[in-house]
Design a protein around this ligand. Structure first.
Ligand code: SME
Length: 160
């Protein structure tokens, strides 16, 4: 049995350190990327408060395809460059969107989503996946969330 749980009331940097350590421990030595993404999606859901979706899209044949996640069923395929996820994949840069309704081309998978953080996972210079977090709260994510998920993405680059 795995019992990874965040301590209550943690400051964000410490919360993301604990999430990183739990994800590193859980994926250590496991070569199956799908299994690792599934467990990390579950950990993000457990550790990061205020989410309605947490998971992965993978780069497949030049487009994004839904990967393991927690939350409601979501759009399966996102064309390269479309939406917040596609923008992260195309630019190779984190997208921190305070109000998804103000983001041109935002793809609404869950109507409850109001803000979003998408971080590319880059291996050998190529975007291989993105990590997507959605929140029903406006401006839920800030630079500390972005830094925490970027560190997670860097660690996962050789594990998914
Ligand atoms: N909102 C994303 C689509 C994925 S869902 O949020 C899970 C986008 O605009 O790319």
């Amino acid at each position: 049995m795995y019992d990874f749980r965040p301590d209550a009331e943690l400051a964000k940097p410490e919360l993301y350190r604990q999430l990183h350590d739990a994800a590193a421990a859980l994926t250590d030595g496991e070569p199956d990327g799908i299994a690792n993404m599934a467990n990390v999606a579950a950990l993000m859901w457990e550790y990061v408060p205020g989410l309605n979706w947490a998971g992965f899209y993978r780069m497949v044949d030049g487009g994004l395809v839904l990967g393991p996640f927690a939350g409601r069923p979501a759009c399966i395929r996102i064309p390269f460059g479309s939406g917040v996820c596609g923008a992260a994949a195309a630019s190779g840069e984190t997208q921190l969107v305070e109000d998804v309704h103000a983001f041109p081309g935002h793809i609404a998978c869950d109507a409850a989503s109001r803000s979003e953080l998408v971080v590319p996972v880059i291996r050998d210079g190529d975007v291989i996946a993105v990590i997507d977090l959605d929140s029903p709260h406006l401006a839920r994510f800030d630079g500390e969330d972005a830094a925490g998920i970027e560190a997670l993405a860097a660690m996962l680059a050789t594990r998914i």
